[in-house]
Design a protein around this ligand. Sequence first.
Ligand code: HEC
Ligand code: HEC
Length: 200
Amino acid sequence: MNNKAMVMAIGLTALSNIQLTAQAADVDAGRDAFETCRGCHSSPGYSNVYPTYYVPKIGGQVARYTVAALTAYKESNRPRGTMMANSYDLSEKKIENIAAYLATVTDGSTRANANGGDAANGEKLAATCLACHNDDTNAGATNPRLAGQHANYMERAMQQYQSGARNNALMQSTLEGLSADELKDIAAYFTSLKGLTATN
Ligand code: HEC
Ligand code: HEC
């Protein structure tokens, strides 16, 4: 196993060890708890003021990833932007309910904001990503859906993995060596696909 494969294997094991009780999650309670989040996450074109990028689409996101993301903000393992203030008082149970609710949202807008990158080149570069980011939304899936995500949010997320600002050894090693232009093209490719929706 080379180093990269090793890091990936470790990452996968770490994720599968996160214990979740998906069946116990309450979708209705999750919908209620999400009311305070709609101001930002339900406006298809809502842009974060500084730095400027679109608020990510989270409708239809894989539940286990949403739990991981909210927990990372809460535990300061991920730079918050405007998110931390909204997640620090979320209990584990509330996070699971919200994640279960978001996974059921499939009827919102599918329009994503493109970035002018070369989606055809991005598709070639993304070949190695599809093993994990294959738009699998089943309850056992742990990797985030990228299809239909806003391009500039995705570019920023990838830069944060590269710099280590967003703490994830697996994604850091996977994206190592890709240039800013390559990240832009990869983001353009995923943005062009149908998938995630706004949470109207
Ligand atoms: C003031 C605007 C705002 C509010 C209110 C808000 N968010 Fe966010 N949210 C953001 C921004 C901006 C990001 C991207 C931050 C980053 O770059 O990591 C984000 C990221 C996320 C992510 C990670 C998405 C991903 O693909 O990794 C989740 C999940 C999320 N928010 C859920 C929520 C929930 C649940 C609430 C309510 C409790 C909420 N948000 C309230 C602006 C907001
Ligand atoms: C071995 C599985 C695997 C491979 C291969 C992989 N990823 Fe990931 N990716 C993940 C996991 C797991 C996460 C969630 C990490 C976290 O919690 O921050 C992630 C997160 C991401 C995110 C952030 C999503 C969000 O909503 O914020 C982006 C963007 C991303 N990956 C892009 C890529 C690209 C581009 C490639 C190929 C060059 C790739 N990934 C290859 C597993 C993988």
